[in-house]
Design a protein. Structure first.
Length: 144
């Protein structure tokens, strides 16, 4: 194909102009990337700070067999009051939330409360239930 020099120059200028317009439309200006980056880096920190402790969903009363129960109440600062009623009496313990569990000391022994289902409690009365807390196999409490 044989083009006149003026036609070739016009095509070259037009191509350069279109290429420049295309880049300007697709690439953001310098300040734009820094604004979203700053917002993005601040978002996880604020989300993490506002994420509630999963143990808060456990607050309230959880029923076991034969009138037993576990009552969990917030005491502030990541501490919890653990009340456990067995067949003899209700007892109170101070617990702390750590790693998705509530840890407390009962009779000199470190215990922990964790979310499970009824089957994991090891108690036939709670088998098949979905929302439970277990201290250890043989000691569990459920909400449903």
């Amino acid at each position: 194909m044989n083009l006149l020099p003026s036609t070739a120059v016009s095509l070259l200028v037009l191509t350069a102009a279109l290429a420049g317009c295309d880049r300007a439309a697709t690439s953001p200006s310098a300040p734009a990337p820094s604004a979203p980056a700053a917002a993005t880096s601040a978002t996880p920190a604020s989300s993490a700070a506002s994420t509630p402790d999963p143990v808060h969903a456990w607050l309230g009363r959880w029923n076991g067999p034969e009138g037993t129960y576990l009552q969990l109440e917030a005491a502030g600062g990541g501490s919890y009051e653990v009340r456990i009623k067995d067949l003899d009496a209700e007892r109170r313990f101070q617990g702390t939330a750590r790693d998705g569990e509530v840890h407390f000391v009962r009779d000199g022994k470190q215990e922990s409360i964790k979310a499970t289902d009824g089957d994991a409690t090891g108690m036939k009365w709670l088998a098949g239930k979905a929302t439970c807390l277990t201290v250890h196999p043989g000691e569990g409490y459920c909400r449903d």
